[in-house]
Design a protein around this ligand. Structure first.
Ligand code: 5AD
Ligand code: SF4
Length: 361
């Protein structure tokens, strides 16, 4: 098989019809065999498609990590319940609103509320926080990233004003899922949550870690098949980074290389998707964010969490803290984006076909 990037549209169509074996071949090819010229052609194709739908705009989201407590035990994560060395914190509703206020003044119009699966945040508590944010900042979007919950819970949060939901599927391969999670967690339930969220009307984000333990080109091909089927509005991918208090401590040295290639392939397969250049990517590579944007990513998520707690949201080791929540840091990030040839955009930045989708419902 010979892969040709001469025509981006053709390659995009090919990625959308390819079977598992062909996807596996394409992913392996770009990760292992493609020379610098082919890799640069891949990035260029991804960029062209990104521009076709979103122009040169890079969307800003304000990230609020509001609780580091978690009832789960994902084997790869520093916040897992049985990590006794993790420092746990929980922001109050007022602290969350204060962070949003500060973010609003800096220009943010999307707030991403992320936490471990913390039982303290019942539907009643979380709905109250979401509706308070929406009441105070009606022109803003609220994105939740709080894990697996029941349909009723997702429905109640949507009714209280949440617009979007991020829930990475982590891996779409059953066996691989079982090597990363204890038996209480299942891929089946994760998928059920994602389809439910979509059905309710959220803009939905799925995603996975790149170079996670036991990941293969086959499991990645399975991820691509699943993403193609789910058609999420957002996809979060970033390099796996070992955490010292997990069984995968020192597993191997993380790098940005594969994430950058997969960002481009995902952009070409699902050209309209909102795709962040993640903190994990900046953590493993000081130029990670810029490289990510040039590879097809079109979202950045500066951290708005209170400085006092930031180091405690330790999913992995050495997480970078770049100080972008402060006005100076933010303008520095904006400059970086402009120098890379893009335009910072602080609007809500909804998925491009959203209006079309809701009209057809
Ligand atoms: N390295 C990189 N990403 C991680 N995540 C959890 N642990 C790690 C790690 N060690 C990611 C998971 C999760 C998200 C919140 O963070 O994909 O969904
Ligand atoms: Fe909890 Fe999420 Fe970490 Fe799993 S990945 S242990 S659900 S914080």
């Amino acid at each position: 098989m010979k892969l040709s990037l001469n025509n981006t549209g053709d390659f995009s169509r090919w990625l959308n019809c390819a079977d598992k074996k062909e996807l596996c071949y394409a992913i392996r090819y770009f990760c292992e065999d493609a020379d610098a010229e082919e890799q640069s052609a891949l990035r260029l194709s991804a960029n062209r498609l990104q521009q076709k739908y979103y122009g040169k705009r890079i969307y800003f989201r304000g990230l609020l990590e509001f609780s580091s407590c978690c009832k789960n035990n994902c084997y790869y994560c520093g916040l897992r319940k049985s990590n006794g060395s993790a420092t746990r914190y929980r922001l109050t509703g007022k602290e969350i609103l204060d962070c949003c206020q500060a973010g609003y003044l800096l220009g943010f119009r999307t707030f991403v509320l992320q936490s471990g699966e913390d039982r303290y945040f019942t539907d009643a508590r979380l709905c109250c926080i979401v509706s308070a944010i929406k009441e105070r900042f009606p022109d803003c979007a609220v994105t939740l990233s709080v894990g697996e919950r029941s349909r009723e819970s997702y429905q109640a949060l949507f009714a209280s004003g949440a617009d979007r939901y991020l829930l990475r599927h982590e891996t779409a391969d059953e066996e691989h899922y079982g090597k990363l999670h204890p038996k209480e967690l299942s891929l089946q339930n994760r998928k059920r949550c994602l389809y439910t969220l979509k059905d309710i009307g959220y803009q939905v984000g799925a995603g996975f870690m790149v170079d996670s333990p036991y990941q293969t080109y086959e499991t990645l091909a399975e991820d691509f098949l699943f993403l193609r089927e789910l058609e999420p509005h957002m996809i979060g991918i970033g390099p796996f980074i070992p955490h010292k208090d997990t069984r995968f401590a020192g597993f191997y040295h993380p790098s940005s290389q594969h994430t950058l290639i997969l960002l481009s392939l995902i952009r070409i397969m699902l050209p309209k998707v909102l795709l962040p250049a993640t903190t994990a990517l900046s953590t493993v590579d000081p130029l990670g964010r810029e490289k990510g944007l040039k590879a097809g990513a079109n979202v950045v998520m500066p951290n708005l969490s209170p400085a006092a707690h930031r180091k405690d949201y330790a999913i992995y080791d050495n997480k970078v803290y770049t100080g972008e929540e402060a006005a100076e840091g933010l303008s520095c990030l904006s400059h970086q984006i402009v120098s890379a040839g893009f335009t910072p955009d602080f609007s809500r930045g909804d998925y491009i076909d959203l209006q079309k989708e809701s009209r057809s419902k």
